[in-house]
Design a protein around this ligand. Structure first.
Ligand SMILES: [Ca+2]
Ligand SMILES: [Ca+2]
Length: 249
């Protein structure tokens, strides 16, 4: 029996089911492209969020259904596909997923793993003052016992920021690219990802999100850069010695 369990455990750990790859997006379906709309247009209450755990009526709609969006940050050549996440029709809604990165524990605990988190988030300025419908994208770093080791996050533009941009009062959204970068805390074994929508105006939660990303980046081993400088110094010294002999001969 014990042998069977060990074999099963080895199989689970060995098939790469939890393989964490550096430099690739770890968010599953962060671009809202894995779904098929049940009905064209607004689809509040859809239930097939297979990649996310949903609370409330967080939904997804196709561009340009529901409303049109402006891009505060130049999207350049970035592709946004067919659909995006929308808050829904309740006071708040949330999409969450947990990502296991324990297979990279040695590098994480050695302080050699950085993160790059980014996403296109949109609020809607339906009033000239006060709070507006918003969305926040956050990641909590969790250890093997479920303890919270801290977190990071990005959020859609608020009223003051949209006022400063001279945006009109409208239910149309303003997509902006936001980025957060830093060091993954030692002890982290999993990431608790959350996309939280909050309504402040009207009946529709107009905040939206698309192209959510979270990558791990392996940093050089301490001392590697120093050794490289030493090597370059030696080569430079050899070069200078050679040049000196050449010049004086
Ligand atoms: Ca998309
Ligand atoms: Ca609203």
């Amino acid at each position: 029996m014990m042998l069977t369990r060990l074999c099963t455990l080895t199989l689970v750990l060995g098939v790469g089911a939890f393989a964490t790859t550096f430099g690739t997006n770890l968010i599953v379906n962060g671009d809202a492209e894995s779904y098929t709309l049940v009905n064209p247009g607004v689809t509040f209450g859809v239930a097939d969020f297979t990649d996310w755990t949903r609370t409330g009526h967080a939904s997804y709609v196709n561009y340009p259904d529901f409303c049109c969006f402006h891009y505060v940050t130049d999207p350049g050549t970035e592709a946004f596909g067919a659909g995006y996440f929308l808050g829904g029709d309740q006071a708040s809604s949330e999409l969450t997923q947990s990502i296991f990165i324990g297979d990279q524990s040695a590098l994480v605990d050695a302080g050699r793993v950085n993160f790059d988190m980014r996403g296109w988030l949109s609020s809607a300025r339906q009033t000239a003052t006060g709070a507006i419908d918003s969305v926040a994208f956050s990641v909590r770093f969790v250890d093997g016992l479920g303890n919270d080791l801290g977190g990071t996050g990005i959020a859609s533009l608020d009223q003051a920021e949209l006022t400063a941009l001279g945006s009109p009062v409208t239910s149309q959204g303003y997509f902006q690219l936001s980025v957060s970068q830093g060091l993954v805390p030692a002890g982290t074994r999993s990431l608790d990802v959350a996309l939280l929508f909050t309504r402040f105006n009207g009946t529709i939660l107009n905040a939206a999100a698309d192209n959510l990303g979270f990558q791990l980046i392996q940093t050089p081993e301490p001392g590697t850069f120093g050794l490289l400088l030493v090597a370059l110094g030696v080569l430079f010294g050899i070069h200078c010695t050679f040049q000196s002999k050449k010049c004086t001969s």
